[in-house]
Design a protein around this ligand. Structure first.
Ligand SMILES: C[C@@]1(CC(=O)O)c2cc3[nH]c(cc4nc(cc5[nH]c(cc(n2)[C@H]1CCC(=O)O)[C@@](C)(CC(=O)O)[C@@H]5CCC(=O)O)C(CC(=O)O)=C4CCC(=O)O)c(CCC(=O)O)c3CC(=O)O
Ligand SMILES: NC(=O)C1=CN([C@@H]2O[C@H](COP(=O)(O)OP(=O)(O)OC[C@H]3O[C@@H](n4cnc5c(N)ncnc54)[C@H](O)[C@@H]3O)[C@@H](O)[C@H]2O)C=CC1
Length: 418
């Protein structure tokens, strides 16, 4: 089973460790930063691949096109934008999405709960006293809206060069900036609160793994008030044991294929290809290696296809083959598929392809619609021929690039065969 994990968090690391201990599981882990990679502390090996860098939705889709059984989103509970992007990419590529979410911390009613950073700033502006900010560097700029922020606020951030620079730029420096990597024990938090004389501490609900409970205890011990910023809409998800249970259930299920390979005799059968672009020409090249009659219909037929046809006509003549290869340079109409046993709709017009699909189905002609798998009666496989061996491979419409890779592997394997 191939699992794509968006990680970079403690629970992501725990999940990956558990997955790598399971048999039959390969993991591709995506982390946004080098720091996230360090958290992982895992050496890439046969069952683990690590990708570093922030991906766009398109980048995620491209990666997912390699064919994964599921995607587990173990990004930070406050990383709402990344989560939206991962969900969108899963939706586009039709891959199962699971949100791994840390459990919420059980804070007492002596905390102040606010919905977002705006609300923290509003609240702090109604109070006095020093504040220890433990919400990270990303939203630090917003906190400059707190009155006397350079005197009142103390920021605790990760010890990374760019983070330090941006904090300094905002006016957080010297005693007011603590660059340190957690985990922070209750005692350490208490010591910091006391040393800096803080009466407030701001945190997100980063869950047990994020040390939120240690902050709560510390605030209580140091006589400070903990201000908790909510998670917004990110409340739905599974815990780590639930995710593992789900994967184990999927592993136990037999994998049933929907597409059965079948070899049919197309000698002297009529095959019509509508369109003569990049996709059609790839398929024409494949079909010409079979003994079927071929009719190509396209508004414009590129010179290279005409040349390819001429070469085949010559080969056919020499070999005494009596099949027809026709080129019709015209706008498509339904007359063009009269007598066809099989049709490939590969124009660049959705409307034309859809209409070809519908009309062929109505007339009982097997049809392939290159831009919409749901409208296909059959898929065009990756075809490799060597002597009497004919192979066709499909990834069942789940990953076109996987089908392509499979064909390449077969081609090489057959070439290397004695
Ligand atoms: C379902 C199927 C139906 C059918 O057409 O028969 C289909 C559908 C679609 N393909 C799309 C895209 C791409 N397909 C390829 C490659 C191949 N696609 C092939 C077959 C199939 N493609 C059928 C079964 C697939 C399966 O087995 O899983 C191969 C095997 C045979 C061949 O085409 O010759 C050949 C690889 C073999 C080789 O190269 O050797 C590439 C890569 C490339 O071109 O380099 C891309 C672009 C990159 C990408 O998206 O990954 C789109 C979106 C179009 C859009 O966005 O407009 C759809 C529409 C949809 O999914 O609904
Ligand atoms: N199944 C697959 O593997 C893939 C499918 N596609 C899809 O396949 C389709 C074709 O892609 P390309 O070959 O790259 O397009 P293209 O733009 O290279 O070629 C389109 C062809 O259709 C012809 N055409 C357009 N309207 C026509 C009409 N009314 N009558 C006759 N001919 C007409 C044009 O003359 C041209 O030859 C697109 O819809 C694309 O989304 C794209 C990538 C891979």
């Amino acid at each position: 089973m191939n699992i794509l994990v968006f990680a970079g968090t403690t629970e992501g690391r725990l999940l990956i460790e558990t997955l790598l201990d399971m048999k039959k599981v390969s993991v591709c882990a995506c982390v946004a930063t080098e720091y996230g990679k360090e958290i992982l502390e895992q050496e890439p090996g046969e069952n683990l691949e690590i990708n570093t860098g922030r991906l766009t939705v398109e980048g995620m889709q491209q990666l997912m096109a390699r064919g994964f059984d599921m995607v587990i989103d173990a990004t930070h509970p406050y990383a709402t934008l990344v989560t939206d992007n991962i969900k969108e990419a899963c939706h586009q590529t039709n891959i199962k999405y699971i949100r791994l979410l840390r459990e919420k911390t059980q804070f007492g009613s002596d905390c102040v709960f606010v919905e977002n950073t705006d609300a923290v700033i509003r609240y702090l502006n109604t109070t006095e006293g020093n504040v220890l900010l433990t919400t990270g560097s990303k939203e630090l700029a917003r906190y400059t809206e707190v009155r006397n922020y350079q005197e009142r606020l103390y920021a605790r951030v990760l010890p990374m060069e760019p983070v330090l620079a941006s904090c300094n730029e905002l006016g957080f420096s010297g005693r007011h900036l603590i660059c340190m990597q957690g985990p922070f024990s209750c005692e350490l938090n208490v010591a910091m609160l006391k040393q800096l004389n803080c009466t407030y501490m701001v945190t997100k609900d980063t869950g047990t793994e994020g040390g939120a409970y240690e902050k709560y205890q510390a605030a209580q011990n140091a006589g400070a008030t903990l201000i908790v910023v909510g998670r917004g809409e990110q409340d739905c998800g599974m815990s780590l044991p639930q995710v593992i249970q789900e994967i184990n259930r999927d592993l136990a299920m037999p994998e049933l294929a929907d597409w059965f390979p079948m070899f049919i005799n197309i000698k002297d059968r009529n095959i019509a290809i509508i369109g003569a672009g990049k996709i059609a020409s790839r398929r024409i090249r494949t079909l010409l290696q079979f003994s079927c009659n071929v009719r190509i219909v396209a508004k414009e037929i590129p010179e290279e296809i005409k040349q390819m046809i001429n070469e085949y006509v010559n080969i056919d003549e020499k070999a005494g083959l009596n099949r027809s290869i026709e080129l019709l340079e015209k706008e498509f109409d339904m007359e063009d598929v009269n007598g066809a046993h099989m049709v490939l709709a590969a124009t660049n017009s959705r409307e034309v392809n859809e209409s070809i699909g519908i009309q062929c189905k109505n007339r009982g002609i097997l049809v392939n619609v290159a831009d919409k798998k749901e409208e296909c009666d059959f898929y065009f496989p990756g075809v490799v021929i060597q002597g009497n061996l004919v192979t066709g491979i499909t990834a069942q419409g789940k990953s076109h690039s996987l089908a392509k890779k499979g064909s390449e592997v077969i081609k090489k394997a057959l070439r290397d065969m004695d």
